[in-house]
Ligand binder design. Sequence first.
Ligand SMILES: [Zn+2]
Length: 179
Amino acid sequence: MTTYTELLRDPRWQRKRLEVMERDNFSCVECGGADRTLNVHHLYYAKGRKPWEYETGSLQTLCEPCHRRITALGAEVHQTIGMLCAADQALVLGYARALMWLDGRWDGDSLPCGTREELVGVFHAFGLETACRSGAGLLLEIAENIQPTSVLSPAVLDRLVATGQAQLTTLTSAEPGRP
Ligand SMILES: [Zn+2]
């Protein structure tokens, strides 16, 4: 039985690790620090997969303090989400995917949205929860047509972003005490 520490000595991991560090200019992607020991962090783990069998996009260079902090935060998130009911887990899933899409870190062409809860999660990420409850046209249309295994295409997502921005502008300008 090969231990994880032994796997990290494998030349295939050493090569992958160097590739990621070069991409990140040998600095921590969180704090920008380059004067501390650097680690290459896995954003997720899949059961049975070797450390080097991950897409480069899911690996990032972190300094040791940031690596410790992010690993602890990830464990806490994992544990907390695990205690939610299935409907709330679906909401968090939709929220997380939409955040990745907004950041430009979502690889797929469209956002899978299997349930209404996932869609509500997407709305939350766009700041559209209020608009969704008040039945704004496009959102109502999407919510009514959502079917299991639906996908939100880039065009629909672009419209969601535009609607979200308009909604936020309205909310901000309506805020009392603002010029
Ligand atoms: Zn750092």
